[in-house]
Design a protein around this ligand. Structure first.
Ligand code: GUN
Length: 297
């Protein structure tokens, strides 16, 4: 038996289509486009690629993209002043500061300067708190995308045993909160977890977000479980001088045991940008005082 592939690329494409329709509706009703500002500090190569694709996807969805680049040695005051100006700008509905920041800048200070109502990354403590107590806010894009894929495949997640491997603020912790809100029994495993394989083997749903290539082995997976692989790791390919992308799960092994699994690439990755656009559109509707039916996207 081979696990069903969960096609995040196809789901993300459909989501982006629905967002574009709603973005056009927003523009028709308000006379302006929903706006997303992306701030990049420094020259990090991967971040430059991400920021470019975020800007392109924003424009493709019929929204306005505002890109701001600061040099790697930009001071904290300069960055905070830029965020302050974006907070005050009525054309900007969502603000994203690309991480990681250069080492001399404190990420928490920077994130806490973004208005929580424009924090489309959902990283501000106010939004983390809203998620924890079940109030409407912004939820980090990658875990929200994972829940969308899970619900699309499984329907109700109620009562299921879910194991999240990884406890980052960006993925692991919000992922656990979202699964709890779906009435899963949630375990958060991490680098100090004892008998990790045994813990994972109990799970109906496994979410791997540790950043270690192919760490989760096939015999850790309960037969028929649904596996969501958040990892994107570049490793050497068989051919000399070439690299390839792998997840945190040993895909070949897991396929023989799991019921369904997200591939890398083409699984969770494409969902992150699609959900960012979703969050930006939700921000625009909220900022304009207009209702957006939650089930629409
Ligand atoms: N760097 C890697 N992923 C992300 C993300 O989702 N948001 C931001 N702001 N930076 C990132």
């Amino acid at each position: 038996m081979s696990a069903e592939r969960i096609d995040g690329k196809a789901y993300a494409l459909g989501l982006r289509g629905r967002i574009a329709t709603l973005a056009a509706d927003f523009t028709a009703r308000t006379g302006r486009k929903a706006g997303l500002a992306v701030v990049l500090v420094g020259e990090d190569a991967a971040s430059q690629v991400y920021v470019r694709s975020k800007g392109k996807a924003t424009v493709e969805a019929g929204m306005a993209s505002f890109e701001h680049r600061l040099p790697a040695d930009a001071g904290e005051a300069e960055l905070l002043a830029l965020i302050g100006a974006l907070n005050a700008d009525p054309a900007v509905d969502g603000i994203l500061v690309q991480l990681p920041l250069p080492a001399h800048l404190d990420e928490q200070t920077v994130i806490s300067t973004i208005s929580p109502d424009k924090d489309v990354d959902g990283f501000h403590v106010t939004n983390a708190g809203r998620l924890a107590v079940g109030q409407p806010g912004f939820v980090p894009c990658t875990p929200l995308g994972c829940v969308m894929l899970l619900k699309d495949r499984l329907g109700s997640l109620s009562g299921m045993d879910a194991v999240v491997i990884g406890r980052s603020n960006i993925v692991g912790k919000p992922m656990a909160q979202l699964l709890l809100a779906e009435s899963c029994t949630v375990t958060i495993a991490h680098s100090r977890t004892r008998d990790l394989a045994d813990v994972v083997r109990r799970a109906d749903i496994v979410v791997a977000a540790v950043g270690r290539p192919e760490m989760v082995k096939g015999d850790w997976i309960k037969p028929g479980a649904t596996v969501i692989d958040v990892g994107i790791n570049r490793v050497d390919a068989a051919e000399p001088g070439k690299t390839r992308l792998v997840g945190d799960v040993d895909f070949g092994e897991a396929c023989a045991v799991a019921g369904a699994i997200t591939p890398v690439p083409g699984g969770v990755g494409p969902m992150t940008i699609a959900v960012l656009l979703r969050n930006a559109l939700v921000a625009a509707f909220r900022n304009a005082g207009m209702a957006l039916p939650a089930e629409a996207i």
